[in-house]
Design a protein around this ligand. Structure first.
Ligand SMILES: Nc1nc2c(c(=O)[nH]1)N[C@H]1C(S)=C(S)[C@@H](COP(=O)(O)O)O[C@H]1N2
Ligand SMILES: [Mo]
Length: 378
């Protein structure tokens, strides 16, 4: 099914910029992916892989800042230190013996959709596929902190992974505030979609911070430190920040006017038909996904006339905070020729997917109304 031809077709759908050699790389345990970077691996999922509510592990996007570390599972320890009365060093078996919780949650890179901003920005040119939805399983952060005797003054947990700095790229370290660490859905995942967490997704253990941007979901976690203050390193104090007030396209923001990205935006995309598809002049089932960070998806509307009229799509049965929701709508094209189809989601907090997301200096949180072009054959 995933023949080379299929793959090149997916790649060809908008990936003309890369040399052919890069397009032809195959990654163990992955279907053909849109290769943003071959090493360290940055792999985008073609939209057609989003035809199931749970994104299979072999179809899930990958974002690494640094080369993937090798981890000896027998020697693995999760160290909990800092403001805690009972500092811990836990093996994988210790982690597996704690109560385990399952959380379906959508993981999206803050830079997903960067390619659609004008003016253009440096950084990985993700389009629609730096996102996926999986069922994560493992112990709760709250239980780990209780076991470690977290002190009342502890306001932040600072997480490090086993990846190490290379050249000018600093260590990937992130801090998470206590209110989110204490949330019952915040986990150290040992499993993804019922399988041991794959090494490329942070195995044997990663942080799962449902509804928050991917940068919070530290992979290959080796431990965390509880403190009154967050980390002052690059990836928390400088990187992954968003302006408090819009700076205008091409503008710059002062560091003190930037804030950490936490919960993600409301957003929807088409999965079927694919952009630029040719379809028969017959009823078409339009399908897609919608998600809303920490909120639920309340509504998805579809336009087939460039946004003049909108019709409500039917929302899928899986309806959770943190996880995306499928949607569908049957559409009977009234005439042959080219049509612009648009999808717009609204969440449980009343946020609506905008036509024009706020331009920002790192190209984060693109959530513009999705649009595809479809040609109906005469
Ligand atoms: N240790 C470590 N954790 C990390 C990263 C990283 O480079 N190193 N990248 C982060 C970013 S920016 C994203 S979007 C997600 C991607 O997770 P995935 O590769 O499982 O899709 O992992 C996050 N966790
Ligand atoms: Mo990311």
């Amino acid at each position: 099914m995933h023949s080379r031809r299929h793959w090149l077709r997916a790649v060809g759908a908008g990936w003309a910029g890369l040399p052919v050699a890069a397009q032809e790389l195959v990654f163990p345990g992955k279907r053909p992916m849109l290769v943003q970077n071959d090493f360290p691996e940055d792999l985008e999922s073609p939209v057609e892989y989003f035809d199931q509510w749970l994104t299979p592990n072999d179809a899930f996007f990958v974002r690494h800042h640094l080369p993937r570390p090798q981890i000896d599972h027998a020697a693995f320890r999760l160290e909990i230190g800092g403001l805690a009365s009972n500092k811990l060093s836990l093996s994988l078996d210790d982690l597996r013996k704690l109560p385990q919780f399952k959380v379906p949650a959508t993981l999206e890179c803050a830079g997903n959709g960067r390619n659609f901003f004008h003016p253009k920005l440096p950084g990985l040119q993700w389009k629609k596929g730096a996102v996926g939805n999986a069922e994560w399983r493992g112990p709760r952060l709250a239980d780990l902190m209780d076991k470690a005797g977290a002190a009342a003054e502890a306001q932040w947990g600072t997480f490090n992974g086993a990846d190490v700095p290379v050249g000018k790229t600093p260590d990937f370290i992130r801090s998470i505030p206590m209110r989110k660490l204490r949330h019952p859905s915040t986990l150290i995942a040992l499993e993804m979609n019922g399988e041991p967490l794959p090494a490329i997704h942070g195995g044997p253990a990663r942080l799962v911070v449902p509804g928050w941007d991917g940068a919070s979901w530290v992979k290959w976690v080796t431990g965390f430190t509880l403190a009154a203050q967050p980390d002052s390193g690059f990836y928390f104090a400088t990187g992954y920040r968003y302006p408090k007030y819009p700076v205008g396209p091409g503008g710059a923001a002062k560091p003190e006017d930037m804030e950490v990205i936490e919960g993600m935006a409301v957003k929807s995309i088409f999965v079927k038909p694919l952009d630029n598809a040719k379809v028969a002049r017959a009823p078409q089932r339009l399908q897609g996904m919608a998600w809303a960070g920490e909120n639920r998806v309340a509504r998805v509307e579809i336009s087939s006339d460039g946004g003049a009229k909108w019709r409500d799509a039917i929302l899928g049965p899986e309806n959770f905070n943190f996880a995306w929701r499928s949607w569908r709508l049957d559409w009977s094209p009234a005439r042959p020729g080219h049509h612009i189809l648009m999808s717009r989601a609204t969440d449980s907090a009343g946020r609506v997917q905008p036509i024009e997301p706020v331009w920002n200096p790192s190209g984060y949180l693109w959530n513009g109304v999705d649009r595809i072009g479809v040609t109906v054959e005469a």
